[in-house]
Each structure stands twice: as structure tokens, then as C-alpha cells.
Design a protein around this ligand. Sequence first.
Ligand code: AMP
Ligand code: TRP
Length: 335
Amino acid sequence: MQKPTKRILSGVQPSGDLHLGNYLGAIKNFVSLQKEYECFFCVVDLHAITVWQDPKVLADKTREVTAAFIASGIDPKKNNIFVQSQVPQHAQLAWIFNCVARMGWLNRMTQFKDKAGKNSENVSVGLFSYPTLMAADILIYLATHVPVGDDQKQHLELTRDIAQKFNNDFKTDLFPIPEPLIFGQATRVMSLRDGSKKMSKSDPSDYSRIMLTDTADDITLKIKKAKTDPLPLPEYVKDLNSRPEAQNLVSIYASLQNNSLEDIINKYKGKEFSLFKKDLIDLAVSKLEPITLEMNKLKSDFAFIDTVLKEGKDKAITVAEPVLAKTKEIIGFLG
Ligand code: AMP
Ligand code: TRP
């Protein structure tokens, strides 16, 4: 089997509308990586159902994430865009990885603790074993690199541990040890209402996040209302460390404009937030509005989206099937 040296896999859940954190932390980076890597971008619906999903909206959300990938600039002809549940090899490898990963490893996952909260006796078993499926998503393609937001770092370390343990246990070098690609100025976009909380789909406040479905008016209102502190913008980037809301807005600006934090601080130091916010609104609308319009157009074109997903699925299976077959042979399963 030929081993790739520059292959990417990443996944996004169709569990609600996408927000600015998904875009700046992940999808925007996918767009820049497609030139250099062979890419597999997966809409991870099996992960989405670890918490309740309304069957009437799941299919729409699956198409919407696909549309968002394409509207953001991922070329569906050059990259493989597909749906996780349509490639059964992911779930098959995930079972094997459930038998490789240790309870102690999964018990340390902070995302599970955050999501389960006080309710840990009553959440799905899938929510707990979620990271072994993520490891399977990556390793079934022998992916070497995984672009994600900062919140997925721990899951990637677990993926590396699983690959290593499988290779050691079975004296093989089948699985690569994949590298996380966490880069850009906004690897962790925070809530617009509270700079200590991550921007997330599950925050009860709509004003905490900018959605990729938002209109220019929505974006304007949300940035106007975004929490700041009473001080003007600081002289130095390091002064942002103790000002989480200011740091978040400056990082969002830098990321949208592909500039460094220094560039933004040099431009706005000593200026009032009202002025900075006005410019941030113009920038956010100019970057996001074209994506939103294109996404809305594409997502209702079922014929186009479903053709992209069918081609992606066929290509994905061609790559995944021999890796699963090899894994089964190594374990000693009958062929
Ligand atoms: P999810 O919507 O949870 O499937 O996340 C899809 C991608 O978006 C993953 O790579 C996450 O790491 C990334 N992501 C989610 N929330 C944020 C955030 N607030 N800041 C940066 N990246 C994020
Ligand atoms: N767990 C990731 C998230 O919630 C989504 C995901 C699933 C993923 N499988 C993946 C990301 C494989 C990267 C690679 O954001």
C-alpha cells in the first residue's frame, strides 16, 4: 500500500449553523491548505448524533456544511468532500480503536467533561467514545496532517496515542502519527459576550456568536453589542493578555484580514473601541457576506451538493477500504 506524505483529513459536525469560530479556526485554513495537500474534508454526522439531532433538520445541516466548504473556497473538484456515515469504514475502524484506547485515556478528555457536565450518567455512550471515532476518521485515510481549532488538540493527542499503541501492539508501521495543524490568528475564537468562554453552537445567547448565515445587519448588531472594556486599544500586543474581550476582537480582525496582531495594534493603538468596531463591522461584512450569499445559493441546489458528496464518497471508499482490509489482516480477522 502506498503511504501518503502530505494528506489532510478534517471534519466538521452538521449539528447546527456554523459560526465564526468554525470559519476562522478551521474552514479558512482548509482553503489555504488545499494547494499543498491532498485533502479529505468530512461532514461528521456520526459525531453529531452523540447528542440529540432532529431528524428533520440533520440532512439540511449536512448539505449546509458541504455548501459552506465550497462557498468558502474549497474546490470540490480537487478535494474530497464527503459525509462520514456514507463511508462505513470509519465506524468499523472506530470499533477496533475502542479496543485499543484505554478507559484512562478517554477519562481525561476535557471536551467530554465540559459537554457532559453534571449529567455524565445520562449522556450517550457515543459522547464518551467520540474521540476513538475521530481517530478512525483520520487514520482510515492514513492522514498525515489534521487542521483543526485549538479545542481539538487533546483529541489529536489521543489519535496519536491510538496510532502508536496499535502499531506497537501489532508490530506494524501501518498508521502514521498525524500532526495537528493549528494556525492563524484565531485558533480559539471566544464568545462576543464573555471573553473567557469559547464561541460555540451551544451558547444560549445568539449575541455570543456570528453565524455564517447572519445578514450584514445581524453582524453589525452583534459586533456593536460585543463586550469590551472601557480602555482604548493598547500600545502593545502583550497588553491584550489581560483583556480577553479586546484580545478576541483584535484576533478576529487580524484573522479576517490575514494580518498579524502587531499590524492591527499599530493601526489602532490609543483609539477608542467604537472606531475599531466600526472598521471591524465593515471588514467582517465584506469577508463574510459573499460566503453567506454563495452558501445560501448552493445549499438549496440539492442536485449539485449531492453529486459532490457522491463523488467524494466514492473516492473516500477507494482509499479507506484497503486500509481497513490491511488492519483486519494485521489483527487476524478472516478475510
Ligand atoms: P465542530 O463544529 O465542533 O465540528 O468544529 C469544527 C471545527 O471548528 C473544529 O476544527 C474546531 O476546532 C473548530 N472550532 C470550533 N469552535 C471554534 C472556536 N470557537 N474557535 C476556533 N475554532 C473552533
Ligand atoms: N471533533 C471535531 C470537532 O468537534 C470534529 C471532527 C470529527 C474532526 N472527526 C474529525 C476534526 C477528524 C478533525 C479530524 O470539532
